[in-house]
Ligand binder design. Structure first.
Ligand code: G3P
Length: 217
């Protein structure tokens, strides 16, 4: 399973990248706004910077919702860097645009997926990635990991090439559960990635080893 970081924060991207386990980055308009990125040029420059920092797929989201506008915006985003993947919402014009991008050699990440039916449509249109938002599904009282399992099973059975990119990750356990459920990628906040490191027995064991090492000094 690949690890992407779900942020537009450059310090966090740098920290995850320096761990040596980072395969890519996903962003969205909310994450860009959180970093205070304002204006078209600033957004484009921010994507450029991320592409220069990380050698992997970088999702850049369109904010248009009408077919022609999505295509025009997506073409501009794709021109920033070969690693850009155009993130397109799961709406009717979005599906149409994903098919257009597929036919024109531009890779897409279909975002805001909350059902297996949506994931089938995205795969039919040729999306490189489907992003089911598992944390938001959990928040609404359902089990997001079950959706990852279901989509992974359908894609395998049907031979779809679209990669399952588990998004809206809230904690380290989500990452483990998504790995078990067959996700191809998990896009996570830095905190959830670092959460994988934690175990009290590791801390207790290390303290004891370091204490005993003093006896051998
Ligand atoms: O980038 C899409 C997704 O990961 C958003 O997560 O935490 O806003 O539900 P969240």
């Amino acid at each position: 399973m690949k690890f992407f970081i779900d942020t537009a924060n450059l310090a966090q991207i740098k920290e995850a990248n320096e761990l040596g386990i980072l395969d890519g980055v996903t962003t969205n308009p909310s994450l860009m706004a959180k970093e205070g990125i304002k204006g078209h040029d600033a957004v484009i420059n921010h994507y450029k910077t991320i592409c220069e920092m990380v050698n992997g797929d970088i999702s850049a989201e369109v904010i248009s919702t009408e077919f022609k506008a999505i295509v025009e915006e997506g073409k501009k985003l794709a021109a920033i860097h070969p690693n850009i993947v155009v993130k397109v919402p799961m709406i009717k014009d979005g599906v149409k645009a994903i098919k257009w991008f597929t036919d024109n050699g531009i890779r897409t990440n279909c975002t805001l997926c909350f059902s297996a039916g949506q994931a089938i449509l995205a795969a039919k249109a040729g999306a490189a990635y489907i992003s089911p938002f598992i944390g938001r599904i959990d928040d609404s009282g359902w089990d997001g990991v079950v959706l990852i399992e279901q989509i992974s099973r359908i894609y395998k059975l049907q031979g779809f090439k679209t990669k399952v990119l588990a998004a809206s990750i809230r904690n380290a356990l989500h990452i483990v559960k998504c790995a078990e459920a067959g996700a191809d990628v998990c896009t996570c906040p830095l905190e959830s990635i670092l959460g994988l490191l934690k175990h009290p027995l590791t801390d207790i064991g290390l303290a004891k080893f370091l204490e005993d090492a003093k006896k051998t000094a």
